[in-house]
Design a protein around this ligand. Sequence first.
Ligand code: CTP
Ligand code: CA
Length: 214
Amino acid sequence: MKVLVTAGPTREALDPVRYLTNRSSGKMGYALAQAFAEAGHETLLVSGPTELDVPSGVDLLPVESALEMFDAVRRHLFRMEAAVFCAAVADYRPAKASAQKMKKGDDSITLEFVKNPDILGSARKEFGFQGTLVGFAAETQNLETYARAKLLRKGCDLIIGNDVSKAGIGFDSDRNELLLVYPDHSESLPEDEKHHLAPRLVREIERLEATRKQ
Ligand code: CTP
Ligand code: CA
């Protein structure tokens, strides 16, 4: 398969020296990209800034902001058979990024934010993607309900849910515990190393893609 994976956080600039971001380490997305490449798939990793090494055999397309990630996905998705959206995209960006460094002045300041485009949510509707579409849902409560709502809203074949309120797993960790949410059922994968979960997810996505092609 040709597969696109998004990973990492995005950085939303406030001025040339400051940005808003989130806690994503990129580990799950990089582990998945590595597992896809090891299984022989042509893998494009569209990644926000991380500390991780690019897995061998994976093509890296580095981006910073959500808008850059949106653009990179828009340009490459049409030639993919499967796409997995692991990135922790910032939901909002500062309404205007200052060209010059902001100077300290008032005792308090208020910043205005505007919503970023939903990249995964654009795959079917805006980019016309018909391949196997997989998203993640990081939740602190109501995991299955929220994950299933995202599956329907974004037109996914699978949402991989994880409960980020649990200590020691998920964000910034080497371990994760996942809930696979499909249109007609769900299945939990017990806590394990992200590097062990990734090949399992790859087999699942291979199966979905084989079913789609029938
Ligand atoms: N996602 C995306 N673009 C965005 C926001 C999210 O592509 N602007 C993708 C993520 O990569 C993930 C899925 O959508 O695969 C769900 O992300 P999440 O943040 O859990 O969902 P949101 O739709 O942003 O809803 P909320 O944050 O309110 O729960
Ligand atoms: Ca979000």
